[in-house]
Design a protein. Structure first.
Length: 240
C-alpha cells in the first residue's frame, strides 16, 4: 500500500487511537504504549524469576564445591595421619588396618577430584547462564523505562481527546478512501491495521523480525507501507 509520508503519521495516529478505544461502559483505554508497558512488566517479572533461579543454581553448585573441598581436606589429613602412624606401628594387624584406611581415603579422594572437576565444568556454564539472565534483565529494565515514558505521553495525549470517536472521524477524513479500505480490511483480519516499526520490531505483534525482513522493510520506498510478515500489519517507519 502506498501513502504519502506526511499522511502516514495520520494513519498511525488513527491506528493508535482506535486500538486505545476499548470501551467498557463510559471507560476508554488502553493506549498501545500502555499495552507495551504491561507486556514488558510481565516479561521483566518472568526474567527476574529466571535470573533468581539461575543465581540459586550457582549458589547451590558453589556450596557443593565447598563441601567437596572440605571432604577432600579431611581425607588428606586422615591419609597423612595414617602414614605417620604406619611409620611407628609394628603390630601387623594394626598396620593392615591403617593401610586399608589409607587406601580407602586415597580412593575416596580420587572420586572427589572427579566430582570436583565435573562441578567446576558445570559452574562455568551456570555462571554464564546467570550473567546472560542478568544482562537480559538490565535490557528489559531499559526498555521498560523508555516504554513508561512513551506511555505517559500517550496516556496524557489520549486524556486530552474529549471525544475519541470524533477524533477518529477527523483522522479518517484526512486519508484516501482506498487507504482506509485496505487499512480496515487488515484490521478486520488481525485486529491491528497499522503500527509503528522501530527498525527491528513490529508494533502490531511485537515480534522482532528476521534480518532480511528488517532490511526489506527499512529499504522500502518512503511512500510505501510494507507489511509485517508475521501478522500482516502495515508498518509505518519513522520519517527522517
Amino acid at each position: 500500500m502506498k501513502l504519502d509520508p506526511m499522511q502516514q503519521a495520520v494513519l498511525l495516529e488513527l491506528a493508535n487511537t482506535e486500538r486505545s478505544l476499548d470501551v467498557v461502559g463510559d471507560k476508554a483505554f488502553v493506549t498501545p504504549e500502555q499495552q507495551e508497558v504491561d507486556r514488558l512488566t510481565k516479561e521483566q517479572q518472568r526474567m527476574l524469576n529466571a535470573s533468581a533461579a539461575a543465581q540459586m543454581a550457582v549458589d547451590d553448585m558453589e556450596a557443593e564445591i565447598l563441601r567437596i573441598q572440605e571432604d577432600e581436606r579431611k581425607l588428606r589429613k586422615r591419609s597423612a595421619d595414617d602414614k605417620a602412624q604406619l611409620a611407628a606401628e609394628t603390630d601387623p594387624e594394626r598396620r593392615r588396618d591403617l593401610e586399608h584406611d589409607r587406601y580407602s581415603a586415597k580412593s575416596r579422594i580420587a572420586d572427589l577430584m572427579g566430582e570436583l572437576t565435573e562441578c567446576h565444568n558445570q559452574i562455568h556454564a551456570l555462571r554464564n547462564n546467570r550473567d546472560n539472565h542478568g544482562a537480559k534483565c538490565d535490557e528489559i529494565a531499559r526498555q521498560l523505562e523508555a516504554a513508561k515514558r512513551a506511555a505517559d505521553a500517550a496516556n496524557e495525549a489520549a486524556a486530552a481527546v474529549q471525544d475519541p470517536e470524533a477524533h477518529i472521524a477527523e483522522l479518517r477524513a484526512q486519508l484516501p478512501e482506498t487507504v482506509l479500505a485496505e487499512y480496515d480490511a487488515q484490521k478486520n483480519d488481525s485486529d491491528v491495521g497499522a503500527a509503528d516499526f522501530n527498525g527491528r520490531t513490529c508494533g502490531g505483534c511485537y515480534i522482532v523480525l528476521s534480518g532480511p525482513d528488517q532490511q526489506r522493510i527499512n529499504r522500502a520506498p518512503a511512500d510505501e507501507l510494507p507489511q509485517c510478515p508475521e501478522c500482516g500489519t502495515y508498518l509505518i517507519r519513522k520519517q527522517v
